[in-house]
Design a binder for this molecule. Sequence first.
Ligand code: ADP
Ligand code: ZN
Ligand code: ZN
Length: 751
Amino acid sequence: VPLVSVAARSLVRVAVPAPVRRYFDYLAPAAEAGPEPAIGCRVRVPFGRSRQIVGVVVERPQASDVPATSLRPISEVIDTDPLLSAELVAMLRWAAQYYHHPPGEVFAAALPGTLKRGRQPPTADLSGWALTAQGRAQDPAQFDRRAPRQAEVLRLLAAQTGRTAAPVLEQALGRGWRPVIARLTAAGLVDSGPIDVLDAGATGGVPTETSAPVLTADQRNAVERIEADLGHFTAWLLHGVTGSGKTEVYLRIIRRVIDTGGQALVLVPEIGLTPQLVQRLADRLPTPVVTLHSGLPDAARARAFLDAREGRAGVVLGTRSGVFTSLRNLRLIVVDEEHDASLKQHEGFRYHARDLAVYRARQLGVPIVLGSATPSLESLHNVAHERYRLLRLPTRAGSGVPPSVRLVDMRRDGAVGGLTGTLVAAMRGHLAAGSQVLLFLNRRGYAPVWLCADCGWIAQCPRCDARLTFHQRADVLTCHHCGHERRSNDVCPDCGGTPRPIGEGTEQVEQALAEQFPDVPVARIDRDSTRRRGELERRLSGIRAGDTRILIGTQMLTKGHDFPGVTLVGVLNADGGLFGADFRAAERLAQLIVQVAGRAGRAASGGEVLVQTSFPQHPLLNTLLKDGYEGFARVAASEREASGWPPFSALALLRAEAPQAQTAQRFLDVARALASDELERTDGGDEVLLLGPAPAPMERRAGRYRAQLVLQASRRAPLQALLSALLPRLDAARESRRVRWSIDVDPGELD
Ligand code: ADP
Ligand code: ZN
Ligand code: ZN
């Protein structure tokens, strides 16, 4: 097809939300028909035969390889002002290319729902509700029994910055929230008024300098070095042990940025962490703090999006998708818990928010601070290669010394209900001293195995290569991978024997605790026990109030929450991660243990951590205990280097799944052949290794067979070049239509 050049100003390149790895060209509407389709504006365009969809203008190209006669005009230019800044458009384009994902879907990920659908941004003033001074003085726990719904509202409003809009309340509390608010209003605990984003938050917004502690020498050093470098790109890795005052460092630098008219973007792995952090930021900073996350109702998200874009909000706090926020005066990015796996999106557009944030900071010429008590091996590697600069906070700020950590041999000290005698004895000591105890077990339910001891039959998920977990309260067997559920069986289908639960989950530990400590209040925190709305908050506030003395929970407990009264932490079973197949298994386990241990002992002394294991000689555990996380990281890094895994190589993972194993395998065979062909053509055979195809570690999930092909390269460039050539050929391959397949660049896990 000959290239037909159309008058330059009339061409528009659009990211259209469709699963296609390319942009689409259109003709601009006649000048008199409306605003200019500038880069970053939304436009409505015809797509396919009869559809009209909303896309984003990414470029005004000089020429198109679509013949002029086939170009169709844009139907409508929606925005007069670009909704996405040119800088953000450039970042999204880069991300689409780097992760080899359809650009229209990448752009869609950056827009809140209502805006994605082409609605006008909200401008009308919203009104909302907030606690009065009298309301703030109440302890919501007083209402728990008498008026649980009111308690729920009090807790919700206490965790919000400024006034809270109706859609947020409806989302959080469900229908029927209005009468509850009305009762609280009548009691003088809540009032309503316009939401003014310039009002700096729940506390009235006048930051009290007295609430700011005097910085430790390490903190001061970190703040001074970062501040001296504002206005340039530098990636700082702030490695500070739990409680070392990393957040305090962020606060000081953000304050400096705000005072000079800038905005800061703060990313955290999970939104569960934000209420405490939002409050802390709002209390200390003279600017509105808005939160952006996918759990927000559309209207609230659109509103926060605009406050950020127009520079009204000085701080934007978001989860991983927050990295796509437009900020007019963005001068600083912070990524807290930079090692956390949930910063990587695991489906659809599989981006890593930390890595995109670093890209964005570089592009804008602003500093980025990556904070963690357990930095990823990737980030430590970047420090070693002088791409990031390291700042350390090796000791706790304020009071509190590091807890002592010990291994408990589960084989010698047999556990009942998951608790060894050593652990139970230690618990008695700490409880008697008036402290709280936190127990961690990353397995919910009663038991992970339902076994017939007579013949060895084990309850399996019919749709997955996985065992069913027994849940005693509900008396069901469930699959934690696909959700399959059925009643437990008293009779073995194979021999007529009686199946029994084997191993422990949190539900069983809770029961064992009730037997061992009949008079001690226990709270279990996992996805089952906190399913009901408000339940997590209720349990957490019971812990904070000191009513709860023992906490047993899953990963939910390890993140962000502060439990100042806890002096003993028990890791009930460290063995799960010791022999994990994934190359990141050791790193994840070490991070988990250090993070859980960090919950112990804000106390002046006597903080203790007991790690139960059947492998007390295991080198990973011993290195971690003896040399700390840094020592562990050095050993782990040399193992990765020896075996050629990231960060010593670049990976991409091609996954495929299909109802038949051969179909997935066949597709990957084709993919491998095409990749080899490309490598031969470009002489890149030494640069990229093709490993597989092989069945995924869990081959069958939800009734589909899964397989994968690993592409491993010593450098990114040849891997990227291969993917760019390979994917269009795969898109076109006949075999690709029979499978679900995806490409994952820098995969988190090989699962
Ligand atoms: P991190 O984010 O590293 O876990 P935080 O910033 O949350 O640490 O600080 C942990 C605790 O120590 C908080 O209660 C905080 O108020 C307090 N803190 C932080 N810096 C100091 C300091 N320089 N002096 C006294 N207390 C501090
Ligand atoms: Zn049997
Ligand atoms: Zn299943």
